[in-house]
Write a protein that binds this ligand. Structure first.
Ligand SMILES: Nc1nc2c(ncn2[C@@H]2O[C@H](COP(=O)(O)OP(=O)(O)OP(=O)(O)O)[C@@H](O)[C@H]2O)c(=O)[nH]1
Ligand SMILES: [Mg+2]
Length: 289
């Protein structure tokens, strides 16, 4: 084997909404890079994290839910696919048209089935679910996982690694993501909006990070929360600024956990009328049209 040739490649993390894809990416890469949220469809753009088991490199790619206008072309350039399904309803989910379409698109790729939320099933019953899933004859491997408890994660990582091709390294050493820090911070802030605001207002609020710098030994972040209706501005600020304060506090915790840095955050609420219907605005705020 020529020197410099190592297992190096991309593994897609895909699945229906709210199945635990982002939690899984974080557990696999021992990070908090991908925001996790209770509400469905919280991930809206691919988030990457690179882990280096042994001398290998795996770039895991967390993606938005399959049912929300999925970018199918992503399947073409990854080496391995991890399909996350809920263990208790995996056979029903595998019959859904969007999942069938996904599996057809991925027919030339190794697909590892991650049976998510395996904590909902007794430990001794999990093997029976694996056997049932094996009967489909479709999957390269099948692994029950519970990302918040770190259950099944090493096994899943090994199953992926077995299918990563040998090649020249794809990623420079010491790189742990392909996303920009600004984008990742904006996603951490955006996710907090959903735990505080009504879903329609949160969904129509873009986050634009204008500055990330070091000030007095701390990470300084200035970001705009851009609402699409003037009437939403007051809702984001709240009485005496209380709502904005809460958004700020939650966001600081999330950014601190993700970056490991002590952080100061300045949030500003701005209005851009009907940005959700304007293609130029959507592109500016990082939405794929
Ligand atoms: N009990 C349990 N909860 C889980 C598990 N994995 C994730 N969750 C929770 O499920 C919710 C959704 O998790 P996410 O990781 O954001 O799910 P997702 O598939 O990325 O969601 P979208 O990006 O919105 O499609 C969060 O509240 C997680 O804490 C699991 O294995 N067991
Ligand atoms: Mg997600």
């Amino acid at each position: 084997m020529p020197s410099g040739i190592i297992p190096s490649g991309y593994a897609l993390v895909a699945g229906l909404s709210n199945t635990g894809k982002s939690s899984l990416l974080n557990a696999l890469t021992e990070t908090s890079i991908s925001p996790v949220a209770l509400q469905p469809a919280s991930t809206r753009m691919p988030i990457t994290a690179i882990c280096t088991p042994g001398n290998a490199q795996i770039c895991f790619v967390d993606t938005p839910p399959l049912e929300s206008g999925y970018d199918w072309s992503i399947i073409d350039w990854v080496d391995v696919v991890v399909l996350v399904v809920d263990i208790k309803q995996f056979d029903r989910d595998l019959e859904k048209p969007v999942v069938k379409h996904f599996l057809r698109r991925a027919r030339s790729k190794p697909v590892v089935l991650a049976l998510g939320r395996s904590d909902y099933v007794h430990l001794e019953h999990r093997a029976a679910y694996v056997s049932r899933a094996r009967c489909t004859n479709r999957f390269t491997d099948i692994v029950p996982v519970t990302p918040p408890l770190n259950f099944g994660i090493e096994k899943l990582k090994n199953a992926v690694l077995q299918n990563i091709p040998m090649r020249n390294r794809l990623f420079p050493r010491n790189i742990n993501t392909l996303n920009s820090k600004r984008f990742l911070i904006s996603e951490q802030i955006r996710t907090q909006l959903f735990s505080i605001l009504p879903p329609d207002v949160a969904g129509e609020t873009a986050v634009q990070v204008e500055e990330t710098s070091q000030r007095d030994g701390r990470l300084y972040v200035r970001a705009n929360l851009i609402v699409s209706r003037a009437s939403s501005k007051g809702m984001l600020i709240g009485r005496k600024g209380q709502t904005l304060d809460r958004i700020n506090r939650l966001s600081l915790d999330a950014i601190g956990e993700f970056t490991g840095e002590d952080c100061r955050l300045d949030l500003w609420v701005k209005v851009r009328e009907a940005w959700t219907e304007n293609k130029t605005d959507l592109l500016e705020f990082g939405y794929v049209c």
